[in-house]
Design a protein around this ligand. Structure first.
Ligand code: SPV
Ligand code: MG
Length: 543
């Protein structure tokens, strides 16, 4: 069964045999709160809407500003909203346009009052408020009814005679005329602290059309009295804006006084509750559904657990990735490169002197066995932070920005960066030679080149290596799944704890997962020795 439209819901509330209740809301979040509390409808109060803007209830906010707020309220709720439309913001013609705009924005009905534009709140000096001419107001009602598209849209005519100091006869005369002009319900308003005149009206009205009341002033009356009198709907007209004002005033004063948030935190809604009311979970779920892998957040994992023996006393109190180069640690430089490429989820795997690894925006995970284990154990520590698109690199690497940009542009599930122009004289540490399906013929740049093997043997099987793997690779989508599976398999083997990243790459290839090669020609450095450090400093300073 389809849910009835909001206008139909409002209409059936007005005509139901039950006493119905609607509660005031004045913006999206309060509308949501009203719905969550279980109310079947919302009163978009003119007083509360103007108050949340910080202006007076005298039509100081324009009607389009009101309608814009209503749109937010309707967007986040499913229950009907009845707008307090004041006098209709003008004459019959203004009301016609208002009704059409309200229908377009999913508003179920409008209540208009028989006063003059610009209106004044009924509780301010009511007796001096002139009423609308009866015939003119009837014409306005008829024009509104004639302009609605959905026959369920409701127009409630609000009788202000009692507020303006007229007697019950005038109130009845007007109510009857408004009903005859087409009003779907009558709102009879009173500012007395007792409900006498409302009950008198109910007795004489004899249920000719549904009656709506606003017991703001006669609030102490038992609700049962309204039910017994045959009232159709009660509007609790301003209680959320007033509750919000009290809470905001108390909170503001306390924070001002205490110059601290310590004692306020537990008294106010947690930030998580705000996220929940905003529907943050829905967005997270939608991101999973709609964001393609390349637009999904990219993360980076920096393997930097080792001390880095070749750097003498520079690593006495910090791991290699924290050694400064021209004033900035290697990890900080890596993080800057990642951020430039919109990679903001950066995780460093720490081991040796983990306490010294502090870089803004870089999270850490720890490999406590760094001294006795290989790189795959460090990689395993980072498994919980992997996303569908993850870049891996050693913590002693420096490279030009385009190297990372090009790697990220590559759509393959697994991609390694290989330097085809390496200089054998400049190699420090243990080089990872890359043997590939094709040499780096620049003319072939569009051709898919695949990695065959990474080895520290120069001249494996009598072949010259095609380059050096620089210690940077990227896995995305199925590549992440393959990497995770193969990593699990390797760690269960007797030698598992000693394996290094090249072993993982070779095993991935052996298991039938192709690894694409992205060739570069220089423009990178890994820092293994004091000599490298000097070169790195020159590169960083731009010498
Ligand atoms: C409003 O909520 O703005 C109303 C009801 O018009 S009352 O303030 O009680 O007049
Ligand atoms: Mg009002």
């Amino acid at each position: 069964m389809t849910t009835p439209s909001r206008a139909a819901q409002l209409r059936s509330m007005l005509h139901s045999n039950e006493l119905e209740f609607i509660l005031e809301a004045h913006n999206g979040i309060s509308a949501r709160i009203v719905e969550e509390a279980g109310f079947k409808g919302i009163w978009a109060s003119g007083l509360a809407l103007s108050a949340q803007f910080g202006v007076r209830d005298n039509n100081e906010a324009s009607w389009t500003q009101v309608v814009d707020v209503l749109e937010f309220m309707a967007d986040v709720t499913h229950i009907p909203i009845l707008l307090d439309g004041d006098t209709g913001y003008g004459n019959f013609n203004n009301l016609r346009r208002l009704v059409r705009k309200l229908e377009q924005r999913g508003i179920a009905g409008v209540c208009i009052e028989d006063k003059l534009f610009p209106k004044t709140n009924s509780f301010i000096d009511g007796e001096r408020q002139p009423l609308a001419d009866l015939a003119e107001f009837c014409g306005k009602i008829a024009a509104g009814k004639d302009s609605q598209n959905d026959s369920d849209f409701c127009i409630v005519a609000r009788v202000e005679a009692l507020i303006a100091g007229w007697d019950i006869d005038e109130a009845l005369r007007r109510a009857a005329a408004y009903h005859a002009a087409g009003a779907d319900a009558i709102l009879i308003h009173s500012k007395r602290s007792r409900p006498d005149e409302i009950l008198e009206f109910m007795r004489l009205w004899q249920n000719r059309a549904p009656v709506v009341i606003v017991p703001t002033k006669y609030y102490s009356t038992p609700t049962e009295t309204f039910r017994a009198a045959g009232v159709s709907m009660v509007i609790w007209a301003n209680h959320l804006i007033r509750a919000a004002v009290s809470a905001m005033q108390a909170t503001a004063l306390q924070i001002r006084r205490e110059q601290s948030l310590r004692d306020i935190e537990d008294r106010i809604a947690p930030v998580q509750e705000i996220f929940r009311l905003q529907g943050a979970d829905e967005l997270t779920a939608a991101e999973q559904r709609y964001l393609a892998a390349e637009r999904a957040p990219v993360s980076a994992v920096v393997l930097g657990a080792t001390e880095g023996k070749g750097l003498a006393e520079l690593t006495a109190e910090r791991p290699k990735m924290m050694v400064p180069i021209a004033g900035k640690s290697i990890l900080r430089r890596l993080a800057d490169e990642f951020k430039k490429c919109n990679v903001h989820r950066i995780t460093a795997v720490t081991g040796y002197r983990a306490d010294a690894v502090v870089v803004p925006g870089v999270h850490t995970v720890h490999n406590p066995d760094y001294a006795t284990s290989g790189e795959l154990v460090s990689l395993a520590a980072a498994l919980p932070v992997l996303t569908e698109n993850t870049v891996f690199c050693y913590g002693d690497l420096l490279f030009r920005s385009y190297v990372l940009e090009d790697l990220l542009d590559n759509p393959a599930p697994l991609t390694v960066v290989v330097d085809s122009a390496f200089d054998r004289c400049d190699i420090s540490g243990t080089p990872d030679f890359a043997y590939c399906s094709h040499a780096d013929d620049l003319g072939l740049w569009r051709k898919d080149v695949l990695l065959c093997r990474v080895s520290n043997e120069d001249g494996l099987d009598g072949r010259r290596p095609d380059g050096r793997w620089i210690g940077l690779f990227r896995a995305r989508g199925e590549g992440v799944a393959a990497l995770t599976a193969v990593l699990g398999e390797m760690l269960h083997e007797p030698a598992g704890r000693q394996y290094a990243l090249p072993d993982l790459l070779n095993r991935l290839i052996a298991r039938g997962h192709p690894i694409r090669v992205k060739y570069i020609q220089g423009h990178w450095l890994d820092v293994n020795s004091l000599h490298d450090l000097e070169r790195a400093g020159r590169i960083a300073r731009g010498d």
